[in-house]
Ligand binder design. Sequence first.
Ligand code: ATP
Ligand code: MG
Length: 401
Amino acid sequence: MNYDRILIRYGELSLKGKNRKLFIDKLKKNIKRVLRDFENIQIEASRERMFILLNGNDGSEIVNRLKSIFGIQSFSPAVKVEKDLEKMKETALALFQKNYKPGQTFKITTKRSDKNFFMRTNEINHTFGSHLLQNVEGLKVNVKNPDVNLLIEVRHEAAYMTCETIQGAGGLPIGSSGKAMLMLSGGIDSPVAGYLSMKRGLNIEAVHFYSPPFTSERSKQKVIDLTEKLAQISGGVTLHIVPFTEIQQLIQQTIPENYSMTTTRRLMLRITDEIRKKRDGLAIITGESLGQVASQTLESMYAINDVTNTPIIRPLITMDKTEIIDIACDIDTFDISNRPYEDCCTVFVPSSPKTKPRRDKVRHFESNTDYEPLIARAVENVEKIRIKPQSSKQELFEDLF
Ligand code: ATP
Ligand code: MG
């Protein structure tokens, strides 16, 4: 008895009405994209479950890829059986024999969503448990900590059986929450912020400010490589590279040194907001974490945020650096972020930036300069790159199939 499909359980089951349909459609599309190189697999979606019909394809590689798709709570390689007791018993036994090694313990778990099925949950557990005990020599039940848990889902259209439940990535399908612009530096934090936003269903485009010749090609490459890691997860990310030298030089000349950081951030935000408008995004994401550096005090955020009322999403705001680094390692961006090349902010960093800048003051300092033409020029000269994922990850689930 071989698994012939993969049964997918959705996350966030509380979603209702239209949202739920949007969620399922997006998830289906995302799965299709990730599995596009598998010929003749079929994806069937219903309100409660999604099924990938393997049609002879290699299930282990499919399982492996499903693990990183947001919007999946858990999934199981499974077999479909007609709701006929004898056929169900036969299938349960065959499936169990394939997945069990002598000496192991087991239990049966039943999910009965078809309330018209003639047996109740406990009765099903009991019937199938007895059937296995009668037919497999030396078999023992262990309800608390079984080696093999045979799960029987009795649904409206059929029953499904599996001995394996694999944890999904959780979250919401990418794209189901809309689009936002990620302010991506070469640092550790912003790629993590991008990842967490995608996990919550956002489709992201990245915006990076660079200041040649003060920042090198290698620091630009670093950001491209980081974007590629994010593209690996979403299937593709557009990166906007903004030339920022002219503006930074003007800031040096026009703003008192201890406020130059605040103004730099304000202008980055204004430019990002312009790009957002052009790209139909509805929010801006940053890698800010409260109190981490001078520009990330609450006073600083208050002074910087002054330039827009677009929602600013700060997924890392309450996280410690160690927690952020753990995620950066998981998503494989840490080593890239740690490359030593300079960032436009580190080049122009003032010796003592104000940790408590004031809105009225920064407004006053900026009021002598008309930044609009520079902002327009920066937006006009943005270099837009569409970054695609490279290769898929290695196989880990060969033994299941
Ligand atoms: P990161 O690790 O993401 O660089 P950080 O702790 O170094 O963050 P800052 O350098 O103060 O913090 O930057 C705060 C946020 O501002 C970043 O997380 C990022 O979202 C944005 N940002 C900073 N520099 C740039 C840049 N050159 N291009 C685009 N966004 C930037
Ligand atoms: Mg930084």
